[in-house]
Design a protein. Structure first.
Length: 94
């Protein structure tokens, strides 16, 4: 995920700030995701009314509310157990 300069804008904003204030100020800024882009308005719009006390709080909200386009293969996990009908990896003893 790349903030494309949005991180600096978020850091320079005066806090505390509400979600609506950040959307009003930076809502059209684009964040690059692995499989597309989203605007700050899209991302923060998924969250309820919130007041961010610091820039770190706002960044955390942004990184936690991005859509599935921010991940690689959706529904993939290399930690799921092997199904009974599948051949799994060869166990290794350390």
């Amino acid at each position: 995920m790349r903030f494309n300069g949005t991180g600096e804008l978020i850091d320079a904003h005066e806090y505390p700030a509400t979600r609506d204030e950040l959307v009003s100020a930076y809502g059209d800024q684009t964040i690059e995701l692995q499989n597309g882009t989203e605007t700050i308005a899209d991302v923060l719009g998924r969250l309820g009314p919130e007041t961010y006390e610091t820039a770190d709080d706002a960044r955390t909200a942004l990184t936690s509310a991005v859509s599935h386009r921010a991940i690689g293969r959706r529904f993939y996990s290399d930690r799921d157990p092997t199904m009974l009908s599948e051949d799994g990896p060869t166990p290794v003893s350390f």
